[in-house]
Design a protein around this ligand. Structure first.
Ligand code: AP5
Length: 217
């Protein structure tokens, strides 16, 4: 199955992606995670992406598309994938469509996680990520037992540079201007499904999986 998750920053894409991908036994491909890994390991790709990410702007399309094109050719993505954070604008969506047509495959479904801006700010300002295993926590909604330490692996927790309130607001503007047009793009393709992304994490996963089942059957 080939799935795209779309939604504003903090909608819970990364949180849901891990459960949905694991349930469907397909790899989760998160462009944000790949960029952050490259920034933290000091690669040329990370160097190119860092300034854009710190400002909350999109990394240029040619860099992002080349990275995704290469990742989708890896063995684990041949039987399906879940894309989290890509495509992020209409040109990326059009390029993805062309690539998939060339490979004679297609997207099955695009899940839109729907939440309002106030909830986004609440979620992102309390997010903490483990430096070692990448697990995402929230200081109020999903707190670890000890504030600075990951329950899963004992790693140190940190706050992302782009989770400062002013950068969050800018990311929301970027979402409205550049990413929201994808909603009508995929609605026109007949593969868009909106999911209410408020409430407990497990309920949102259940809603997403039920919607996927209904859509496929
Ligand atoms: P990316 O990492 O994709 O950031 P984003 O889209 O802004 O999304 P986030 O990771 O901030 O949020 P999320 O929706 O995954 O929420 P999460 O599950 O963590 O991209 C970062 C940057 O990389 C971009 O700004 C750009 O520069 C670059 N980039 C990436 N892709 C690109 C592309 N295609 N083109 C160009 N540039 C690109 O949840 C957030 C918090 O809420 C967590 O603490 C979580 O525990 C909590 N939470 C989750 N669900 C719930 C719930 N139901 N109730 C309460 N709390 C919850």
């Amino acid at each position: 199955m080939r799935v795209v998750l779309v939604g504003p920053p903090g909608a819970g894409k990364g949180t849901q992606a891990q459960f949905i991908a694991s349930h469907l036994a397909i790899p989760k491909i998160s462009t944000g995670d790949i960029f952050r890994f490259n920034v933290s390991t000091g690669t040329e790709l990370g160097r190119q992406a860092k300034a854009f990410m710190d400002r909350g702007d999109l990394v240029p399309d040619e860099v992002t598309i080349a990275m995704v094109h290469s990742r989708l050719q890896e063995t684990d993505a041949q039987a399906g994938f879940l894309l989290d954070g890509f495509p992020r604008n209409v040109p990326q969506a059009e390029t993805l469509k062309k690539i998939l047509i060339e490979w004679e495959i297609r997207l099955d479904i695009v899940l839109e996680l729907v939440v309002d801006d106030d909830e986004v700010v609440r979620r992102l300002s309390g997010r903490r990520t483990c430096r070692r295993c990448g697990h995402v926590w929230h200081v109020l909604f999903d707190p670890p037992a000890r504030p600075e330490t990951c329950d899963d692996c004992g790693g140190e927790l940190f706050q992302r540079d782009d989770d400062r309130e002013e950068t969050i607001r800018h990311r929301l503007d970027v979402y409205q201007q550049q990413t929201a047009p994808l909603i009508s793009f995929y609605a026109d393709e007949g593969i868009l499904l909106g999911i209410d992304a408020t409430g407990p994490v497990e309920e949102i996963t259940d809603r997403s999986l039920s919607a996927l089942r209904r859509f496929i059957c």
